[in-house]
Write a protein that binds this ligand. Structure first.
Ligand code: NAG
Ligand code: NAG
Length: 496
């Protein structure tokens, strides 16, 4: 129908209304989305019109507001039939009542009837979420009971056919709390029911379903994507509670002893670990270094087994925000044969009388080696060409003992060399010389050079003149070797 003609008709309607020529109204109620050609009702019968004259009177449906011909009249049957798609949501959106207003026009004479078609909702729309997924970032430290508002689902239908409720996929952490707004619309919240643990699960996917109350019921879903954010809830953990290492003494500076390591299940700064010594006594603090980032323990001072044979230290691992844990580091130092034996002369009887019997103890020696085990096991030897030997005594003591008769007149001084050798590899040795002198004993009688002396004396010699000289020798020392001459009393031919 042309616009001009439509305008003309509207003018006529006003006139006829004014003249009370409108004969009566009719109303129908139909569900939306009926197929084209479906019968709404028999309008001829409902208005009491003469079926045979419908065609002659050009019975037709006009629309009030727009020119979409939703319905039409079957002139031969008098049925009001669906002519265009009637979509309640398209016509009335959320209006509770949706009435399509049309007019039945007949000519000759002009007659006008209001036809109201109430369009009933059918459940032809599913609840729908606007977003493809609902994203949340939740701190793992969030408390139980924390709430997170979820978006609403929309459903083009109304009443029971609109969204009636929500349901959440079964899961370990969240439950759903559904509330009703003023006006009856439902919305829901995600409620934390059991605390999150990022180290256990970083991402959680949940399906949220919105359903309507229609029959059959329709529903729509959305994925809730929860990213669990880290909180510093994990302490660094050392790979071992006790670290043990062995290190030879005299190891040079920077020798790597051991590498300790700890891990932290958190992420980012929460998992950045710094290593350090916890309590280090002053004398040990400079012996080793611990790299704060790599955990490498290195030699930083002098390692002397003889001073400290084992170190025990507490080490700590601290994460970025200060959670700390501890482990023990034990470093055993192994011995190196770096100390030669040392001979100490504890006592010496010198000089010793030459007449001492064989087996007399003339000195006591002590031998020490600061190394351990075989590195500290010492054997002592004595030079061969002297009448002395070493007799091992208790522990590392030795007696220096004569092995034969001494004779000062033959050897008056001995330089005795004693050598001590350890059993290390390579062995180390040292020696000591003991000076021993032999004291005199008056054990040699004087011996005259001749067995008898004969002298010839001239007569009348003066008293005091020399007759002859005698000589005796004694190899003993000093007084004991000093010879004193004397004549024994005797008579010669009866005269003294
Ligand atoms: C013993 O050693 C001392 C000093 O080294 C030396 O004067 C002396 O002659 C030595 N004696 C012997 C018997 O070798
Ligand atoms: C001489 O010998 C005696 C023992 O026979 C001894 O006691 C004394 O010390 C000796 N004198 C010297 C000077 O060696």
């Amino acid at each position: 129908m042309g616009n001009n003609r439509f305008a003309l008709l509207r003018g006529l309607v006003v006139i006829f209304l004014a003249l009370h020529l409108v004969h009566g109204d009719v109303s129908y109620s139909i569900p939306e989305e009926m197929k084209r050609g479906s019968v709404i009702g028999n309008i001829a019968k409902d208005l009491g019109l003469d079926l045979g004259r419908l065609s002659a009177r050009k019975a037709r449906i006009d629309t009030e507001d727009n020119n979409v011909q939703y319905s039409g009249v079957n002139l031969s049957t008098g049925d009001l039939i669906v002519q265009e798609r009637i979509d309640r949501e398209g016509l009335c959106a959320k209006k509770a009542s949706c009435v399509l207003k049309q007019e039945l026009v007949l000519e000759n004479p002009l007659e006008l009837h209001r036809v109201s078609i109430r369009v009933e909702d059918i459940n032809d729309n599913s609840p729908q979420f606007k977003e493809e997924s609902l994203k949340f970032e939740i701190q793992e430290s969030a408390d139980k009971g924390a709430r997170f508002l979820l978006g609403e689902a929309h459903d083009g239908d109304i009443g029971e056919n609109a969204v009636q409720g929500y349901s959440l996929q079964q899961n370990d952490h969240f439950k759903l709390n559904v509330n009703t707004k003023a006006g009856g619309r439902k919305y829901c919240e995600l409620v934390l029911d059991k605390e999150l643990d990022r180290e256990d699960k970083t991402e959680i996917m949940l399906l949220l379903t919105a359903f309507d109350g229609g029959s059959p019921q329709r529903s729509g879903t959305v994925v809730i994507h929860v990213t669990v954010l880290d909180a510093n809830d994990n302490v660094p953990v050392f790979s071992q509670t006790v670290y043990k290492a062995t290190l030879p003494e005299n190891s040079p500076l920077d020798t790597l002893v051991i590498t300790v390591s700890a891990t932290d299940a958190d992420e980012g700064l929460n998992s950045e670990i710094t290593y350090g010594f916890d309590h280090v006594s002053d004398e040990n603090s400079n012996t080793f270094s611990l790299h704060p980032k790599t955990g490498e323990v290195k030699v930083a001072g002098t390692i002397d087994y003889e001073k400290v044979s084992s170190y025990e230290m507490q080490i700590s691992a601290k994460d970025g925000l200060g959670l700390v844990s501890y482990a023990t580091l034990i470093i055993e130092i192994t011995d190196i044969n770096d100390n030669a034996p040392v001979i100490y002369l504890k006592s010496l009887s010198s000089p010793i009388p030459e007449n001492v019997s064989p087996g007399t103890e003339v000195g006591i020696m002590n031998v020490q080696d600061r190394d351990s085990e075989s590195n500290g096991q010492v054997r002592c030897s004595i030079q061969q060409n002297a009448p002395f030997k070493l007799v091992p005594s208790i522990k590392n003591y030795y007696s220096l003992v004569t092995t034969g008769q001494l004779d000062r007149e033959l050897v008056s001084d001995y330089n005795i060399t004693i050598t001590a050798t350890d059993e290390g590899s390579p062995p180390l040795s040292s020696s000591k010389t003991v000076q021993l002198s032999v004291a005199d004993i008056n054990d040699n009688p004087p011996v005259f050079e001749e067995q008898s002396y004969s002298a010839y004396v001239t007569e009348n010699n003066k008293p005091g003149s020399t007759l002859c000289s005698v000589s005796a020798r004694d190899p003993d020392w000093r007084q004991n070797g000093t010879v004193i001459y004397s004549l024994l009393p005797g008579e010669v031919n009866g005269a003294p």
